[in-house]
Design a protein around this ligand. Sequence first.
Ligand code: PMT
Length: 402
Amino acid sequence: MRSLLAGKKILFAISGSIAVYKTAAWVRELVLAEAEVTVVMTEAASRFVSSLTFAALSGRRVYTGMFEHDAGEAMTHISLASECDLFIIAPATAQTIAKLANGLADDLLSTLALANRAKLLVFPAMNSAMYCHAATRANLARLQEYGYTVIAPEEGKLACGEEGVGRLPDWETAREEIAAACSVQDLQGQTVLVTAGPTWEALDPARHLGNRSSGKMGYSLARSARRRGADVILVSGPCSLTPPPGVETVHVTSARQMHDAVLAHYDRADIVVMAAAVADYRPKKTMAEKVKKSGRATTLELVANPDILKKLGSRKKQAKRPLLVGFAAESSDHLAEGERKLLQKNLDLIVINDIAGSDTGFEADTNQVSILDKEGGLEKLPLLSKDECGTRILDRVVALLQ
Ligand code: PMT
């Protein structure tokens, strides 16, 4: 997020709803991501939360009225709009939405919206009856016709005490919409299936065989693909991460469940990225009852799990789609093992993941990978955050699609 937003000029316009208090945290997050945030508030908005709060959080002057500017700033409504890379209206009240839909320009916010040429995100927030009213629906449809991106509010308990649709989304959802607005939509129209996390192979009701995968690499890939406009299916083994908003997530536990889930969604996929650490073996028998301690040495018999990626590779044969990307988690013979897996599994790309250091591979927030293609082309990436690593892997995927 930081690299995406660093230096971006964001015009953040706030209209008068109780949800204003939530946007204070959004402004803070955007500033932490190194965006240059200029806040504009309607008169009603500044009654809910003082403009001083937003001035302190953004580190900049907050604009409230059309005519509250210094001499020499007579055209604030034009200059603020023409200088921004992204225009966000949050919360957008029914009144503000109605004004924008009808091209009214009777305050600074609505005037800026008319003068604006940058991408415009509208986050409606209001009582659910107001949101569901035919007039508001028609106004929102009109905004979409103008090319504005309208982010649907969430359902839940509203500040007015009612239950229903109308809540301003949480920051996590807003962050993804803002990140998508700042990303090239080069995966639009593509469906990307990503696997993530470990698999657990049950021994008995209390124990399993597993591995150290946290899911971070796969979740970063899923998030990045979504930001770039893809429809994303995430097949996730057991982990503690929250799926990225807007991603269809299928939770599985064992390798066989992951196999079934991947094959069930495979036909829809244009691109498959297998970042999961799938167990190669499982216990031959899963005990129905917890195994009691006997104190004696014991032997565990294992049988092979299906190799999901190999199966996809053999299915693919001559077909161009889906594009198959595998990972190879290696602590030695990295290139040779990567090459072997690329050929054996009939892949388009393999991401050779060094798992030998504490800052790379399993559990870490950073990763060290090399990307190998079918023609033998090798790209060695430096140590990167897993988000950045996911972005670079998808850059290669996009290049192959072209
Ligand atoms: O989740 P994190 O903590 O962020 O860690 C990320 C990671 C290290 C798990 C990830 O980056 C990674 O390297 N994933 C692949 C792990 C792995 O199982 O590698 P492998 O070399 O054993 O398998 C090769 C490929 O075949 C992988 O794409 C794997 O998903 C796939 N496979 C493996 C076994 C199997 N039965 N079926 C498979 O499809």
